[in-house]
Design a binder for this molecule. Sequence first.
Ligand code: SAM
Length: 289
Amino acid sequence: MGTIDGLPPLREVIRAHDLVAKKQLGQNFLLDLNLTAKIARMAGDLSACDVLEVGPGPGGLTRGLLAEGARRVLVVEKDPRCVPALEEIAAAHPGRVEIVLGDALDLDLTGRLTGPIRIVANLPYNVGTELLIRWLSPKVWPPFWTSLTLMFQKEVAERIVAKPKGEHYGRLALLSQWRTDAKIVMHLPPEAFTPAPKVHSAVVHLTRLEVPRFDAEAGVLSRVTAMAFNQRRKMLRSSLKGLGGDVEALLTDVGIAPTARAEEIGLEGFCALARAVARRDQERAAAPA
Ligand code: SAM
């Protein structure tokens, strides 16, 4: 049977290189190249982009990205057993694939990429969430990437796109929606992967905003939302006590009822609160002792 790129089917690649999936590396592979090409399409027009792919494994998604016309794909893989399979892909696409063996959590590869840069990954869920938070939290905005297309456990995907009052709404929704447009673009059942995980998955596409949706200092917004959601069932006048001073006045000044709970407040409200906290802290610092 033909494949999207003339290379052998992934089952053969896995057999040839003895790539038995390792649970401790979160290895659940996508073996259907039509599906990986479809995920690659969700990342947008790749023809003028460098793609950073984290956790390529045997290379199913890498092959999808190349078939969809990515200018260049830089892959970072932690498992050395995958390198020979990735080298075969690189040989079939001269000059378009660079392989880095290492842990994506320890590496800064921005110097090896030329913009515009899109990031695509099907990663173990804990690594994916940690990287998402890092990619959304650089000191300077806009970041080095223009979009993120990432596979998550369905429940994590729902937390990223959640709106106020829903059970999934929290810090991840606020951080994601403050600086990006975030959408779930595909749902995948466990059987799409080999071996099949216990959970359903979803692909989330996040497109960066050139400026965050509402003005706020990242550090202050993070502090306020952490405090508010750490005790999400409590009223804000109580969960935000740690801000010090007259918390009720701070909330009332920005139009938030002190009796409201974190999950009722939208992004605009949290940004207004973060600005008020930053203003108050500056005034305190400037006041004579
Ligand atoms: N992208 C491939 C696919 O769709 O079939 C593989 C997906 S599998 C869920 C996750 C891959 O990420 C594995 O190949 C694993 O070895 C790799 N991986 C796990 N942790 C990693 C890390 N910290 N840095 C780089 N790669 C990692």
